[in-house]
Design a protein around this ligand. Sequence first.
Ligand code: ADP
Ligand code: MG
Length: 679
Amino acid sequence: MSLYDVPVSSLKGFGKLRAELFSKLNINSVGELLRFYPRTYTAWGDITPVSELVNGEKALIKARVVTAVNTVRISGGRILSKVQVSDDSGVIELVFFNNKYISSMLKFDEEYCFYGKVTKDLYGFSMTSPEFKKLSEMSAITPVYNLTHGLTNRMVITAVKQAVSMLPQTMVDPLPYDILKRYDLCTLRFALMNIHFPADEHALEKARRRLVFEEFLVLNLGLRLLKNRKLKDTSCKMPVDYTGEFISTLPYTLTNAQKNAVVDCVNDMKNKKSPMNRLVQGDVGSGKTAVAAAVCYNTVKNGFQAAFMAPTEILATQHFENLTKMFSPFDIKVDLLIGSMTKSKKDKVREKLLSGETDIIIGTHALITDATKFKNLGCAITDEQHRFGVEQRSKLQQKGEMPHVLVLSATPIPRTLGLIIYGDLDITCIDELPPGRKPVRTMMIDSKKRNDALGFIKQEVDSGRQCYIVCPLVEEGELELESAENYAAELMLDCFADYPVGILHGKMKSKDKDEVMNRFSNGEISILVSTTVIEVGVDVKNASVIMIENADRFGLSQLHQLRGRVGRGEHKSYCILVSDNKSEDTLKRLSTMCRTNNGFEIADEDLRLRGPGDFFGNRQHGLPQLNIADFSDMDSLRDTQSAASYIMSVSPDLSDESFKGLKAMVKLLWKSIDNGALN
Ligand code: ADP
Ligand code: MG
C-alpha cells in the first residue's frame, strides 16, 4: 500500500482538529507529510555558559530548571509563563506566551537545552519563547517547517518522525537505479529520512540534491510530454501559402530572419496534423509584428479568423492601428477588444466576431474571457509572451477547434532556461535586425550629472526629437501615482517649463493612458515621464532619448526592453542610465548595457551575474510550483536536462515499467495545468 493512501489522522496523537490543521497545509496523507520538506534548519551551535551570554544575540544554553513554572493570565486573555533555569555559571529567566503545556513539559530539576535570543536588563538575563529539547533529543540539525496558526513546529516534528518510521525497508524508488548511479544520487528512502532529520550536513546535502534533481526531472519530463503530446488534430487546415501577396504591399522588405519565421509558421499550419505551437523569439525591434501580420493574413485568406493578444491596452491599441494600416489594401476587417471599452461597445465587437464579420481581432486578456466567442478561430497569437503562462495559452487554444498558436517574445532567454520556460513550444529565433538600425548609444551617469543629461534632452527636443524619462522605481501600489506625478511636476517646474510633458503610469485609466500615448505618438507631447508601463513594445520612431532613473534597480533584460523604445527610426538614439549605486555588481551590470545592444548577450550576462530570478521573478511563467528545487541551481537543471533526454529516448511516453513511479509524479505535479493532456 502507498503511504499516500494512509491518512495523517491515523498517526498517534492525531485528533480531528490536528488533522484539519495539517489539511490546511495540504497535507492529508502520510505520503504528503513526507514530502512536506522543512523550510530551513536550525543548527544549534556550541553551548554558551549563562554567565557569558550577550544581550541581543542568539545562544544555546544547557541548564537545569530551578523553579516551578509560574503561569498567570494577562491582558487579552493571554497566558504568560515564567520559569528560571540555571547552569553552574548563572541563572536566566525564560518567558513563554500562550503555551498551556509549558509546566508539564519543563520538569523541575531536569536539564534541557534552550535556544533563543538573549535579553539583558536590570533584572538579569532572559529569553522569550526559546526553543528547547531534552538532552537526549539533541541532534545537531533540527528541521523548521512552515506552520499554520495552531500548529507548532514540535507537533510537525512529532508527526514527521512517525511518518519516517513508517518508510518500508525496501522502498520502490521512482528514479531507476541506473539514473541514481549515473548522477550519483541517494535513494528516496535515504533522502526522505535525511531531509527531515539529517544525520549530518553531508547527509542533508545528499538528500537535498536528490530531491532537487527529482523535482527538476519531473518538471522537465512533464514539459516534454506536453510538447510531444498527441494534440487532437487541428481542423484548421490552411493548405495555401499567401505570404507573397501580403509582403509585397509592405513599405519595406522583410529581413531573411523575418522571412524564415513566417516560413516556419506557414509550414506548421500547412503540413502538420496537429496545430502549430510555436514561439518566435526576437530581440526588441526585430520586427515581430510584421511576422504576426503575415500569419494573420494567411489565416484569413485560408478562411479562418485570427486573434492577436497583447499584455497591455496600450500595446493592443498600437497593434490595432498598425494592422489596420497594413490590411487597408485588402478586404480584411480588423477589430479591437479591450477591457476598458464600454459594455455595449464590447458586446458589439463580440457580436461581429461571432457572426464572422470580423477577420482579425486584437485585444488584451478580454479575448480569453468566456464571453468572447469566435465563428471559426484558426490562429491565436500572443505577444510578449512572458506575461502569459502555459495555462492561458491553452485557454486560448480552446476557443476554437484546436487553432494554431503562435507566441511572440522579445525577452531573449538563455537557452538552458528557454528549454524550461518554453518547454512545450517549438522555437524560431529572429536573429537579425532590419537594415539601417543604428545601435543605441548607452551611458551611465550619477545624479550629479543629471542636469547635464536634462540639458542634452532639451537639445534633442529642440531639434525635433522626443524623449522618455523613466521615473524612479517605487513599490507597486498607491505610491506609484504620487511619485510619478511629483517627479514629473518637479521636472516641469525646474527645466521643462516650456515643453509639453506627459505622464504615464500604471494607475491611470486605460482611456487616459491611451490618450497620453496617442499624443506622444503624434508628437503633441515631447517628453513622456513614465513608470515602467512603457516597457513593453511601444513604438514611436521619433523618440531618440530614454533616461532611466535608478537604473541599478532594474534587471538587465528589463533595461534592454526599456532601451528598445528608442532607436526605432532613422535618428541617432541614446540611453542614459542614472544610478548612484557604485557597487561592483552594479557597475558590472550597467557597463554590460553600455557595451552591447544584443539582447541574447545581455540575457546570458544577466543570468551569469544575477541568476535566473529575473527570468522567472514576478512574471507569470505558468509552471507548476516547485517545492524544493530553485531555478538558480543551474547544475542540477543541466543534469536533469540530460537525464530527461535519456529517459525520453528509452521510452518517449514513459510507459516503460521502470518509469512508472516517475510518470505518476509527473502527473501529480502537472495536475493543475495540463488539462488532462498527460495521460
Ligand atoms: P518588435 O519585434 O520589437 O515587436 P516591431 O514589430 O514593433 O518590433 O518593429 C519595429 C519597427 O521596425 C517597426 O516600426 C516596424 O515597422 C519596423 N520594421 C519591421 N520590419 C522591418 C523591416 N524588414 N525593414 C524595416 N523596418 C521594419
Ligand atoms: Mg513587439
